[in-house]
Design a protein. Structure first.
Length: 339
């Protein structure tokens, strides 16, 4: 009885901030992993390895001898959803048990947890519609939404306060940061259209969008070029305006990730979209999305130093030192008295 009470006290003990941060980060990693494993299902043509849902077949919840191979791959990916759900549930419980309780973080953790069953249901609809390319796209984009939620949860827990957020960079840099995230989202959407128009459908009988793969690939590449241009502008702008070092480092990281992802994209296009490169490109898409969000998040701070004064404005300020103009002399008592 005493042992049970001791264990119960441990369970009811407030969750430390370090545990919540680690669980939030684990949720980010787990959601990225399941995106990659879901891509492996498609790239191995195992999308209909389990032709129905929620069971693998009409007569069995698990793969049978008839569905072996592709069925095991598809069912394995479905099983990983339960692991992802456990991580999300553990994160939610830890956030609720954290003291002081931070309601904005509870909402974020609850939203991330709710995204898991929503993702499972959408995956089921994808199977039942024969891997319709638009539901496949929605399946991926919902994962990007969950990734954004879990990363924001990790970041907010890292900040350690729920005080009013205020910009840490000038307004024009905030505009660039938002544009970066918006264009990155557009690149991801166009990427799903390219995928839905290309050869890796997940099953030989799966439908395609009907768009010309070369045309949508060019449109996708144009959006990537716009994104890289915006990123270069952001890197330079943050440097000129004297932005916090963390924001500048995040922007440089985003640029390098984009360049690597762009290289993989061009190579895979001109080599006939080999499976391994497509898988690497899928992982790269997650990393680009996370890196873009990572630029925007520190552009707002809670209890951080004020927005730095732009270099140009600092140059216009009164010079200091021995050559600075002398301040006007205070009036003498005689002058004040008028005599």
């Amino acid at each position: 009885m005493l042992g049970f009470r001791a264990r119960w006290r441990v369970v009811r003990r407030p969750a430390p901030a370090s545990l919540v941060r680690r669980l939030a980060l684990a949720s980010v990693v787990a959601n990225t992993v399941i995106v990659v494993t879901g891509g492996a299902v498609r790239l191995t043509s195992s999308g209909l390895g389990c032709p129905t849902w929620p069971g693998c077949t009409d007569s069995s919840y698990v793969p049978t001898a008839e569905t072996a191979g592709h069925g095991l791959i598809e069912f394995g990916n479905r099983t990983l959803t339960f692991v992802l759900g456990l991580v999300a549930l553990a994160t939610l419980v830890a956030v609720v048990r954290h003291r002081p309780r931070r309601r904005p973080l509870v909402r974020l953790a609850a939203l991330a947890f709710a995204g898991i069953p929503a993702q499972a249901v959408l995956g089921g609809i994808t199977v039942l519609t024969g891997l319709n390319p638009w539901t496949v796209a929605g399946h991926f984009l919902l994962s990007m939404g969950i990734l954004a939620t879990t990363l924001t949860l990790w970041w907010r827990m890292r900040e350690g306060t729920d005080r009013q957020a205020r910009p840490t960079v000038p307004p024009e840099m905030l505009l660039l940061g938002r544009a970066l995230v918006g264009v990155t989202g557009a690149v991801l959407v166009l990427g799903t259209v390219v995928t839905g128009s290309g050869p890796h459908a997940g099953d030989a009988a799966a439908a395609r969008t009907g768009f010309d793969p070369a045309t949508v690939s060019q449109l996708h590449a144009d959006a990537v070029m716009l994104l890289i241009g915006l990123t270069v502008a952001t890197v330079l702008g943050l440097r000129v305006t004297g932005a916090p070092a963390e924001v500048r480092a995040a922007a440089r990281t985003l640029l390098w990730v984009e360049l690597g992802q762009g290289l993989i994209g061009f190579v895979q296009y001109f080599t006939g979209v080999p499976v391994l490169l497509v898988g690497a490109h899928l992982l790269g898409a997650c990393l680009v999305w996370l890196a873009a969000l990572r630029v925007l998040l520190p552009m707002y701070g809670r209890g951080l130093p004020p927005i730095p004064t732009p270099v140009g404005e600092r140059a216009d300020a009164a010079p200091a030192g021995p050559h600075a103009p002398a301040a006007p002399a205070a009036p003498t008592p005689t002058a004040v008295a008028g005599g």
